[in-house]
Write a new protein. Structure first.
Lengths: 206, 206
DNA sequence: ACTTATTTGTGAAGTTTATCACTAGGTATC
DNA sequence: GATACCTAGTGATAAACTTCACAAATAAGT
């Protein structure tokens, strides 16, 4: 299990496998196969087997995979067999929507602190969440040992926020701002950009 | 410009190029180069040149690219030199946040119709948007000739919604539900799944 | 005019990723 | 228990994608 050489693209598929296993579990399956999974995910069975092979052997020939067991194993590999504390930076429309979204907590990602620079918002509570001054970010994030953050600020402010987060000890950032973030090596950044997706799709509209 | 054989992955980078060109323009640049672009985007200059080569020749040796011109050309390639009418299905927390987000319209994607199945919401206006009954989807979408849709319903309902949308003439779907959508060939689907990104990143957290 | 420094576009080479195809092991049925 | 049928794991092969490296073109300075 030399995880250091697992391709990003493989790691990126693990959450999809996990999600699909949960769906199978909810539908009453106790066993499944790479073929079944592949069919539901829209990829080949060989790819699933190859991906899983990076981490060990989880199936049984002739039978396939035990849903619950594979679920637990993938959760452990992804480090989602524990809860994570998440910092959210930016409490505009997007930040508010994210903080209100219960899906994160349901999957073990708890938005425990929220930062904004607007004096009108700071110190107030919105839906159970207290907004802290952006100036206090370093102190709070580092003292709480937070490793995960979500950036939901305007593009021009994102790089600055990212640097402050990293300095405070954050190791992974989910970035909703439409800009590339330059951070220290070892810090992970993932991007969410709906506009880019829409533009990509409109390419194919005749 | 045999667009039929342009790899998806190349098309997926075009919005990033476009975005970066806008940022350069805002900063006062009139000319740029593949090297400059690459540095800002975090990819190699060769890749940018190779990508653009799929669509024609846009630069001048020794000089580089004229920002405005390349911008217009990429916009035309992506079909974003025109406005698009978008249907939004699902007006829960996520759908409401999306409908309130002005970024879509600012980039030419106008959420003109919103659907929900909740009788309490139907017919009411929220922030300038009227909610229609999900039952009217086929009629309204097809009569307005809408080709683009955003799905923001719970996972269990997404496949059904997708099928109704496609039947009504939709050709591209941005799916926020955490499920794979199976649609007719030729219909594009893009996925947005923040949880998957967080899980992917937590893999790297020691 | 000549030299130096850029930069694009692109064939060739290299790397990464996905598929194929097979072996070994397990199940089910008659 | 013999036969037919599945399925995981995996080396080999193929496809996809990225980088390299260079010729041709342009600009700028001396």
């Amino acid at each position: 299990m030399s995880r250091s050489r697992v391709p990003d693209i493989v790691v990126g598929r693990l959450p999809i496998y996990l999600r699909t296993l949960h769906q199978l579990e909810d539908t009453g399956y106790t066993f499944t196969s790479s073929q079944e999974l592949g069919k539901r995910i829209g990829i080949s069975s060989a790819q699933i087997r190859k991906d899983l092979a990076h981490f060990g052997e989880f199936g049984k020939q002739g039978t396939g995979y035990e849903v619950k067991y594979l679920q637990e194993q993938i959760a452990k590999i992804l480090n989602v067999d524990q809860d994570w504390s998440v910092a959210l930076v930016g409490f505009g429309d997007l930040g508010q929507a994210l903080s209100r979204y219960s899906g994160f907590a349901r999957k073990g990602f708890h938005i425990d602190v929220v930062f904004d620079q607007d004096p009108q918002k700071i110190g107030k509570k919105y839906h159970e969440v207290t907004i802290y001054d952006f100036e206090e970010l370093a102190k709070i994030v580092s003292s709480q040992g937070i490793k995960l953050a979500i950036i939901a600020v305007p593009g021009f402010a994102a790089q600055d926020v990212a640097e402050k987060l990293v300095e405070a000890g954050v190791r992974a950032i989910l970035n909703y701002a439409p800009v590339k973030l330059f951070v220290d090596e070892g810090v992970r950044v993932e991007y969410i950009d709906p506009i880019a997706h829409l533009q990509q799709m409109s390419f194919y509209l005749t």
